[in-house]
Design a protein around this ligand. Structure first.
Ligand code: SF4
Length: 425
């Protein structure tokens, strides 16, 4: 049996963090296209990849019946791999045909993959060339969704980071507050309403719903992350002069209140106004959580590293649902971004950065948690061994942020346990 505490413990503020560098079981960044193409409604994502990449996107995103999808794959085939065809000519042809057929597209992302990186296809030059050809009607950008050394939420980070240089500089009114990270429209609308009621003006969301509505950025812009996996995007925004508002992530009643309060303080909203606006939604969220907390209290939960949401989720299930943390794994630990959620974790939390999947499986079996949050590849084997699992990718697809979603978020943890109870019965 492997040791329970893994290798190379390093201190991180209030908690010791163990680091593992072994085999990993994660999805690639192409997965982000599934939620990003729904969010930016005039963008198209053209994966430059293999049939495997096409299958991943097709099966993960499902088939749209009433609309043509806004993603596709330019397949790199044997002729490209053997150097018999000029991949750049092929790309120009494919993009030309696509844009002629889909005039509604205003922003085209060329998305790199493992195969395009292996054959060293220079997509940034291709994007520049195609942008010149199709400007001003269509902007063409590129980013990598490759699965080489990345995890699936990095697709969104790479996509948004590629958009940051496109954000316009101020020529008058400047964005005062930018909320950064793809949120479901319903969540975005709720946050916008709450901020309006507090009197916070000049709010924009990044990414926007339409690529023609990119927020203005300048030295007066303050931004707040709504998703924890956007370290490269954050660096890009700061290079453009924006300042990050330090906050935990808006999950559950407490997380959402702290996140909104960080904004309120930064925008000069009084405590009295803040309390008046948030009182009713806080009560609704707490009421929705209570039902799930009764079922989940003292249940043990184990997080495998996958989505980079693990630390804020661990904070939520422990603080607001009373669950015990068996292990909290995260693929990467961006310490400044996670600091405020980490500060709320119990001091004896076993926090692991990186992965050695065999050792982690051993620890999981040793701990016998009531619920395991993990990637799709590990869920079936764990279920077969009698564990209840929750796919971490569901926590990214589902609207979980904000007060009104607190009950739904808790339900994602209580449902697998209810299901197992029913199966056993
Ligand atoms: S980008 Fe790489 S990991 Fe992702 S589907 Fe394509 S080949 Fe597989």
């Amino acid at each position: 049996m492997s040791p329970v505490i893994p290798i190379q413990a390093a201190s991180c503020d209030n908690l010791p963090v163990a680091v593992e560098k072994g085999q990993r079981e994660v999805f690639c960044g192409l997965t982000g296209i599934i939620w990003l193409h729904r969010k930016i409604q005039d963008a198209f994502f053209l994966v430059v990849g293999s049939r495997t990449c096409a299958h991943l996107i097709q099966s993960a995103a499902g088939v749209m019946i009433f609309a043509e999808p806004r993603f596709g794959t330019a397949i790199i085939d044997e002729r490209d791999l053997a150097g018999l065809a000029d991949a750049n000519d092929e790309m120009d042809r494919v993009v030309g045909e696509l844009l002629a057929r889909r005039p509604e597209i205003k922003l085209l992302f060329l998305v790199g993959s493992c195969p395009s990186e292996v054959i060293k296809l220079d997509l940034s030059r291709a994007a520049q060339r195609l942008s010149k050809t199709h400007s001003p009607k269509v902007r063409v950008l590129n980013y990598s969704g490759s699965g080489i050394e990345t995890t699936f939420t990095q697709g969104e980070d790479a996509c948004l980071a590629s958009l940051v240089p496109e954000l316009p500089a101020p020529q008058g009114a400047e964005t005062q507050l930018m909320v950064v990270g793809a949120l479901a429209d319903v969540v975005e609308d709720q946050f916008r309403t709450l901020l309006q009621k507090m009197g916070v003006s000049g709010v924009s969301f990044f990414p926007p719903r339409r690529s023609t509505d990119l927020p203005v950025i300048g030295a007066k812009t303050r931004y707040i992350l709504a998703q924890p996996f956007l370290a490269d995007t954050a660096r890009g925004l700061e290079a453009r002069g924006a300042t990050r508002i330090q906050a935990p992530f808006p999950l559950g009643a407490e997380g959402t209140t702290r996140w909104l309060w960080a904004i309120a303080q930064s925008c000069g909203v009084s405590r009295a106004t803040f309390d008046e606006v948030t009182q009713a939604p806080i009560q609704r969220a707490k009421h929705a959580l209570a039902r799930h907390a009764a079922q989940l209290k003292d249940k043990k939960i184990f997080f495998f590293p996958d989505s980079q949401l693990e630390i804020p989720l661990a904070r939520f299930v422990n603080e607001e649902l009373g669950m015990q943390l068996s292990e909290v794994g995260t693929p990467y630990l961006h310490r400044p971004i996670m600091a405020m959620d980490m500060a709320q974790l119990p001091p004896d939390t076993r926090l692991v950065e990186g992965q050695d999947v065999d050792l982690q499986m051993d620890r999981c079996k040793q701990d016998q948690p009531d619920l395991v949050v993990c990637g799709l590849g590990l869920a079936n084997p764990l279920e077969a061994q009698g564990f209840s699992t929750k796919w971490s990718i569901e926590l990214v697809f589902t609207p979980i942020q904000g007060y009104e979603q607190a009950g739904d978020l808790a339900g994602l943890f209580s449902r697998p346990l209810t299901r197992r109870l029913k199966l056993v019965a």
